[in-house]
Design a protein around this ligand. Structure first.
Ligand SMILES: NC(=O)c1ccc[n+]([C@@H]2O[C@H](COP(=O)([O-])OP(=O)(O)OC[C@H]3O[C@@H](n4cnc5c(N)ncnc54)[C@H](O)[C@@H]3O)[C@@H](O)[C@H]2O)c1
Length: 310
């Protein structure tokens, strides 16, 4: 299998590359290494890994590399609402237009797996699970661009799109701006969390489950193709406050300060059904408890420097 991964040095990408090495794939990564990350250094002894320091918007580069690949997983992105609000033009060209560029060159025999976000569900209805047919109402620039890219992929007729829940867990390119990672860090290091919109619910998923699901999609491509799937941990539709209590169970008490002065730039309050992907034979299984314990171990070794996208 020849796999092309853009953004492969990122939070998800660097764990995915590791998994692809175990599977003996030919791997090409295109990444700008925007965060000066060293997340793939431990992979460089693998002879079938090619690292290209390049931009996913480079037409010639994408055209040339795509024609050598059996599949592409485009992860390159300005990820998160705050980053996209501050750089809206960059965000549009990277998060949306670079996906359109791939579609211009993708053949029917090649596989495409695209990570979208489930934040497009916006504010859901009380106690009603969002399914893949629920209305989308992305609020942030980030959410809107991801949804536009997803729509074009499905309209194009070849590609699997996954609406990821908020990812948690440890990666060689760590991100502390993700909710579970952030809360666990603050609870551990600062012994307090300031909570706004504390009752807002979200769904979560461990990074290893995301990576295993990409592999599941590759292995079951024909039967899953041209569909969108929610991807989250089904027993983890929790409010921010409930998440704090899960963290408390593991690391002990810390201060929870509730405030009403702030809003999430990506308004999201919903519960999500993952039944459709589960019916294809994949079920996320790494619990919040396992992930929080893993984070606690990692944070013991992490200097307090800003591993954030904003
Ligand atoms: N982490 C999550 O919770 C989550 C949830 C839903 C969807 N996703 C999606 O998963 C993908 C990966 O997210 P992540 O969490 O790994 O983020 P990340 O910020 O760690 O990774 C993005 C990678 O893209 C690279 N990059 C940025 N601009 C580039 C460009 N112009 N050309 C080439 N490379 C470029 C960065 O250097 C980085 O390695 C994104 O598409 C994101 O929208 C992530």
């Amino acid at each position: 299998m020849k796999i092309l991964i853009t953004g492969g040095a990122g939070y998800i990408g660097s764990v995915l590359v590791n998994e692809c090495i175990k599977l003996n794939y030919d791997i090409t990564v295109i990444d700008t290494f925007k965060y000066s990350q060293t997340s793939l250094l431990h992979c460089c002894n693998y002879p079938k890994l090619r690292l290209i320091k390049g931009d996913c918007r480079d037409k010639e580069l994408i055209k040339n590399e795509l024609q050598k690949a059996d599949c592409i997983i485009p992860l390159a992105c300005l990820v998160g609402a705050p980053l996209c609000e501050s750089q809206p033009f960059e965000a549009a060209s990277i998060n949306r237009d670079s996906i359109f560029l791939i579609l211009d060159f993708l053949s029917k025999s090649q596989k495409l797996i695209f990570p979208c976000t489930n934040s497009g569900y916006g504010i859901g209805k009380d106690n009603i699970f969002c399914t893949e047919t629920s209305d989308l109402n992305p609020i942030s620039t980030y959410g809107k661009l991801k949804v536009e890219a997803e729509k074009r992929i499905i309209d194009n007729g070849n590609g699997i799109t996954l609406r990821l829940a908020t990812v948690f867990g440890v990666s060689p390119r760590m991100r502390l701006d993700l909710l579970v990672n952030d809360f666990t860090y603050k609870a551990l290091r600062e012994k307090s969390i300031v909570l706004f919109e504390s009752h807002f619910k979200r769904n979560y998923i461990h990074i290893q489950d995301v990576v295993q699901c990409f592999i599941h999609c590759l292995n079951n491509y024909e039967k899953m193709n041209n569909e969108t799937y929610n991807l989250g941990l089904s027993n983890a539709n929790l409010s921010k406050k409930e998440l704090c209590h899960e963290i408390e169970k593991i690391i002990g008490p810390f201060e929870i300060i509730e405030t009403h002065g702030k809003k999430d730039p990506d308004q999201r309050n919903y519960i999500v059904s993952n039944e459709k992907i589960e019916n294809t034979g994949f079920k996320a299984s790494t619990s919040l408890e396992i992930g929080i314990k893993e984070l606690v171990r990692a944070y013991t070794a992490l200097h307090p420097i800003p591993f954030r996208n904003y």
